[in-house]
Ligand binder design. Structure first.
Ligand code: NIG
Ligand code: FE
Length: 414
């Protein structure tokens, strides 16, 4: 048996207890001062103060991490990314800096359509090779589980290849990958005016991806000039019937009512939400649908941030994620997300940690196994190079994760 002990943590953030956490519950992150964690064969078996725990163990038989003057937290869960894609769109980014809008570039045949062309020309091995590098960077920033979406193939073959790449990466890389089928991500020029036909085609693909267990979630881009609320309802209902859990890109650019639809269909998460209505926020607050906010996207698009402060004050369960993708948000920086959530969305560091751990775990349907430091959960744990969680927003946009432990094994640092 492999036993790992992390001792002397100046702050041991457990996030133990209820999931998802709503509203004021998000501030309760269960800090133990001078904390200690024990993991056996990758599973957490004991949590408490260093004094009380060390009485029961012979340290000479354990691997020991001394976290003196360091804060210890659950591994981060990046619950919304598009990490498998071909090509890049640096040119579009420079056009946007000069004033072009994301939607106008998309309507001219750029945007997602441009990534689709490049992705269709990318092999499985190439996806895996670049995917590994991207996951390495995420792991370095303390991410131990990541959700990844297809959606740059928009045909059966390429969508399946993206999902196969995620499956392979999940097997070979320390970071766990949760796969989402995002077939209805964009309307290609040949489908303009035939969106209903495209939705029917994507519904026909659902059986394939759920039957072969290539996807756990289904997602759709519900947006003006992309897919309507009715089309989204039709696709997501079919996905649910095919056994997939649901996510939705909702109310990002235009207030369409995607937030309300997410609650109506009991989606696990509703994501983006920059333009959610007051009614949508109220409905979310009374539901277990997680509001997944992506401040790095708003930052890169120079949009207003989602009303995160108001959502938490209304009682919503909020998660934060990067939205890493080749277009609207080419960054997988967790430190940037933390800085933006603290400075621009006015979330407290406790709320931010909840949003990146236990609520994010709920947003990928894994709250029973990850997202907190408590007995029976996976030993996915990070150690910061500073003594307090207050350094996370204070050392703005800098990675301060010193050690990463995945399934009880040290995969970064010492
Ligand atoms: O979550 N909003 C739609 N989808 C992605 C962007 C995809 C892209 O631009 O390539 C998002 O922001
Ligand atoms: Fe996205």
């Amino acid at each position: 048996m492999n036993r790992l002990i992390i001792k002397n943590a100046s702050e041991l953030v457990t996030c133990s207890g209820k999931s998802p956490r709503h509203g004021t519950e998000m501030s309760d992150i269960g800090i133990i001062h001078d904390g200690c964690v024990v993991a056996e064969d990758g599973i957490i078996t004991d949590v408490g103060t260093t004094e009380e725990i060390l009485k029961n163990y012979d340290l000479s038989t354990c691997e020991v991490v001394d976290a003196r003057n360091r804060a210890v937290l659950p591994g981060f869960v990046d619950s919304h990314t598009h990490l498998i894609f071909g090509g890049y769109r640096a040119d579009e980014f420079s056009w946007r800096l000069k004033g072009d809008s994301y939607m106008s570039i998309m309507e001219r045949g750029g945007g997602i359509t441009s990534s689709v062309r490049a992705t269709r020309n990318t092999t499985l091995d190439e996806f895996i090779e670049t995917g590994k590098k991207r996951l390495d960077k995420m792991l370095d920033m303390g991410v131990t589980t990541v959700e990844g979406k297809s959606g740059y193939g928009l045909d059966l073959e390429t969508e399946v290849r993206q999902l196969q790449a995620m499956k392979k990466l999940d097997e070979i890389h320390a970071v766990d990958v949760v796969p989402t089928f995002l077939g209805p991500h964009s309307v290609l020029p040949e489908y303009k005016g035939k969106e209903d036909e495209f939705i029917d085609f994507m519904i026909s693909v659902l059986g394939e991806v759920s039957g072969s267990k290539l996807a756990e979630f289904a997602d759709i881009f519900c947006e003006k000039n992309v897919f309507s609320v009715e089309q989204s309802r039709k696709f997501l209902t079919a996905a649910q019937n095919a056994g997939l859990k649901l996510k939705i890109h909702a109310d990002e650019m235009v207030q369409l009512g995607g937030t309300e639809l997410a609650v109506e269909l009991s989606c696990v998460s509703a994501d983006h939400l920059l333009q959610s209505s007051d009614k949508g926020i109220e409905m979310l607050s009374k539901s277990d649908t997680i509001a997944t906010l992506l401040p790095a996207t708003a930052f890169c698009l120079r949009e207003e941030y989602a009303r995160g402060r108001q959502m938490i004050d209304a009682g919503c369960a909020v998660a934060l994620a990067t939205d890493f993708n080749p277009g609207s948000c080419f960054t997988n920086s967790i430190p940037l997300v933390i800085a933006l959530a603290a400075i621009h969305m006015r979330l407290s560091i406790e709320e931010i940690i909840t949003a990146l751990t236990i609520n994010a775990a709920a947003a990928v349907g894994r709250q029973e196994t990850i997202g907190s430091i408590e007995k029976g959960k996976k030993a996915d744990i990070i150690v910061l190079e500073y003594p307090s969680i207050n350094f996370l927003p204070y050392h703005a946009a800098v990675n301060i994760v010193e050690t990463v432990i995945k399934n009880g094994k040290i995969v970064k640092g010492k």
